[in-house]
Design a protein around this ligand. Structure first.
Ligand code: SAH
Ligand code: AVI
Length: 328
């Protein structure tokens, strides 16, 4: 834990300093039979991965960030008024670029008591704590570096909190993980807290697939970054050039799936995970799913977790949804 006296910043860290959980997850995800191999999307985000994601948010094909920003800019003052929120907790906060509309509205209402960014990447938590205390001198920032699938219990207690989970990051969880995550959010909520959930909505396949196959190749670089992380942290020898980025929509689970496809046979050594891997030409590793939701699915999943949908906002074209939910 570090407290910086000149600014009111505290940062708690719960991710393991070594690469212990990465080694375990790589062993269990890549040690599977061909066709079932996968890596968890949280490992896409080291400092370089977060920078690449930030570039993705500005790509012409990647509409979700622009649409969610438009909703937040329009709805933030009303959300602050109706929820009476005094504290903003943000899960998967990243660069917190869209969050600024909420902070601005809270500050304008004289109701900005604290900001709690929570992210697995320490670099984004530290950077946004500094940027936001520059913007709002004296703002208490209590950052948490952790995994929102394991460490929600470490979010500092509070009341009248708006717990935001933006960007459709919930869509990167598998259905069972989503249920467990929503139950975890519900468990940390008191009666005066509200949950603000951003989700990408189901739409034409062409639009969805274009958003994950940008012409500049930034999404491809982001996808390949997980191999760079494994090479660095576990001493592996993945050849990044030998893998192709693949992103296709699967209507069954309603998600865009990101995969890395071996261009030729690959023999990879991953000493830190005690794993030797052979991939046949064309064999794929799933690196991320990005689920596309409908209002029905959202209302049902929130209700299963013990939350009631109080409001649902979209951008004018109905591309992206922002749900406000209360504990029941
Ligand atoms: N909320 C921002 C960033 C979205 S990118 C936006 O809407 O633009 C997803 C963010 O979630 C990244 O910053 C990533 O580091 C973080 N993240 C991904 N998996 C995580 C996990 N399991 N626990 C905590 N943070 C996670
Ligand atoms: C953070 N998350 C919601 C992004 C998404 O759209 O699923 C991550 C991403 N992957 C490729 N492009 C963007």
């Amino acid at each position: 834990m570090s407290a910086l006296a000149e600014r009111d910043i505290t940062i708690d860290s719960f991710v393991d300093a070594g690469a212990g959980s990465l080694a375990r997850d790589v062993r269990s995800g890549l040690g599977r039979p061909p066709g079932e191999r996968e890596l968890q999307p949280k490992y896409l985000y080291d400092e370089h991965g977060s920078e690449l994601f930030d570039r993705i948010t500005r790509l012409p094909e990647y509409y979700p960030t622009r649409c969610e920003r438009a909703i937040l800019n329009r709805q933030a003052p009303g959300l602050v008024e109706t929820t009476g929120a005094r504290e903003l907790v943000e899960l998967g906060s990243g660069t917190a670029s869209k969050t600024r509309a909420l902070l601005y509205a809270m500050a304008g209402a004289g109701a900005l008591d604290r900001y709690v960014p929570f992210d697995v990447d320490p670099s984004v938590v530290e950077n946004c704590a500094h940027e936001l205390t520059d913007l709002y001198p004296g703002l208490p920032v209590h950052g948490v570096v952790g995994d929102f699938q394991h460490h929600l219990g470490h979010v500092p207690a509070g009341e009248r909190r708006l717990i935001a989970f933006l960007g459709s990051t919930i869509g990167n969880l598998l259905p069972s993980e989503r249920g467990a995550f929503l139950a975890g959010v519900r468990e940390m909520m008191g009666p005066s807290d509200r949950f603000l959930l951003g989700t990408d909505l189901l739409k034409e396949v062409g639009v969805l697939e274009a958003a994950y196959n940008d012409r500049e190749g930034v999404t491809a670089a982001f996808n390949l970054n997980v191999l760079r992380v494994i090479n660095r942290e576990l001493g592996a020898d993945f050849d990044l050039e030998a893998f192709e980025h693949v992103a296709t929509f699967d209507p069954g689970p309603s998600w865009v799936e990101l995969r890395l496809r071996a261009r030729s046979e690959q023999r990879v050594s991953i000493p830190g995970a005690d794993l030797e891997l052979t991939l046949a030409p064309g064999e794929e590793i799933r690196t991320e799913v990005s689920t596309k939701f409908t209002l029905d699915v959202l209302a049902r999943e929130l209700a299963s977790a013990g939350m009631e949908l109080e409001a649902f906002f979209t951008d004018p074209a109905g591309m992206f949804g922002l749900s406000l939910a209360a504990p029941v």
